[in-house]
Ligand binder design. Structure first.
Ligand SMILES: *Cc1c(COP(=O)(O)O)cnc(C)c1O
Length: 367
């Protein structure tokens, strides 16, 4: 018997969310094309399911070279983009054989390209996404270095299209004083002035909330899985949750006033009450730092967690679910409870919860 915890992925929700990403990207009359971002095993949803859900995307984008190869093995024939490019010379061979597009963000990568590309047998030109650091200070060439990097790429006979790429720090919070969106966009514009090439600038937040920014490619990730990038609830953008994490009650305890629950006795009953013990813990990816009261659904009724989340179990308040018993259905997040709400209660974001679903959790899909 497997444990009752199971993650169910809705393929039609993935497809629906992709259509929203596309219509947003094209909402100002542009025909922006979509890289569906499938890094981290499609934000925890599985690469096979992503292929089925995102068949209408122009390409799939991710970070991990080995997973890119896996996408080819699974039959994805359209473009694949490595968002951080290659990590060593062996990756370059993979790029050539699996026909991957890739970002170039550093002088080290440029030098390796100049050294290794002439030694490889290259049948079709390689499309490169030249990344600019427009203020976020993670990866990329500064605007001052950008033209020179572009010319070095252009000088390589194996290089085909060069896409002009950057990434926003605060598309979900455009007036953030640390790096507001408009100056960051202006910095990118100034840095690419005079260069030809398509632009690729928009993550989910920019796609959803800033169609005014000119981008030929958008790179939505989190929105495709039905969670919010910030700046409003996913449902308010018409997105549908793709993953439902559910389990069952495997134990019931009747507490008297003063009784303590779980490790550290973090919860002490103030009055007599009934609690349920759910087969879901931090070794399944549920956040251990979720405090008492983190929302959870039992038998379709919204209630809250109680005490500390342990490795394989957590406890829930059954005061408002008097008919609950062993075997009652529990939803940790999904169709009836947004992952963003659970994340917020636990002091994190939906991205982290979705990506953290552990390998021991069975996964299945529905149409
Ligand atoms: C992860 C990632 C995205 C997608 O971001 P979301 O916020 O999930 O939409 C887009 N571009 C790059 C470069 C990324 O690494």
């Amino acid at each position: 018997m497997p444990r009752p915890i199971i993650a169910t992925v809705s393929i039609s929700a993935l497809q629906h969310n992709l259509r929203i990403a596309k219509s947003r990207a094209q909402s100002t009359g542009r025909a922006a094309k979509v890289w569906a971002v499938v890094k981290a095993n499609a934000y925890g949803h599985g690469l096979e399911r992503a292929i089925r859900g995102f068949g209408e995307a122009e390409g799939l984008a991710l970070i991990e070279p080995d997973y890119a190869l896996r996408l080819r093995e699974l039959g994805w024939k359209k473009p694949i983009l490595l968002l951080e490019g290659f990590f060593d010379a062996a990756d370059l061979e993979l790029i050539v054989t699996a026909q991957l597009e890739f970002a170039v963000h550093s002088h080290t990568q440029l030098a390796l390209l100049e050294q290794v590309l002439p030694t490889l047998a290259i049948k079709s030109p390689l499309n490169v996404h030249l990344k600019m650091n427009s203020g976020m200070n993670r990866l990329g060439f500064t605007p001052a270095e950008y033209h020179q990097a572009y010319q070095r790429l252009r000088a390589l006979p194996a290089v085909g299209n060069i896409v002009l790429m950057t990434h926003f720090a605060n598309a979900d919070d455009p007036r953030n004083p640390g790096l507001p969106l408009t100056p960051q966009y202006a910095c990118f514009e100034a840095g690419i002035a005079g260069l030809t090439g398509e632009r690729s600038i928009a993550n989910s937040a920019a796609d959803l909330m800033h169609p005014e920014l000119h981008s030929d490619w958008v790179r939505p990730g989190i929105m495709l899985y039905g969670a919010t990038p910030g700046g409003g609830s996913a449902a308010s953008f018409g997105l549908r949750p793709a993953m439902t994490l559910s389990s069952e009650i495997i134990g019931i305890q009747h507490l008297s006033a003063g009784d303590a629950v779980g490790y550290g006795s973090r919860f002490i009953a103030e009055k007599s009450m009934t609690i349920g013990v759910v087969a879901c813990g931090y070794a399944d990816g549920y956040p251990r730092h979720a405090p008492t009261g983190t929302p959870v659904m039992v038998n379709g009724v919204r209630t809250g967690t109680i005490g500390r989340v342990s490795m394989d179990m957590l406890s829930v308040d059954l005061t408002d679910v008097p008919n609950a018993k062993i075997g009652s259905k529990v939803q940790l997040w999904g169709d009836d409870l947004s992952v963003d709400e659970v994340a917020e209660a636990a002091g994190t974001i939906g991205y982290e919860l979705l990506c953290a679903v552990a390998p021991r959790v069975r996964m299945t899909e529905k149409e």
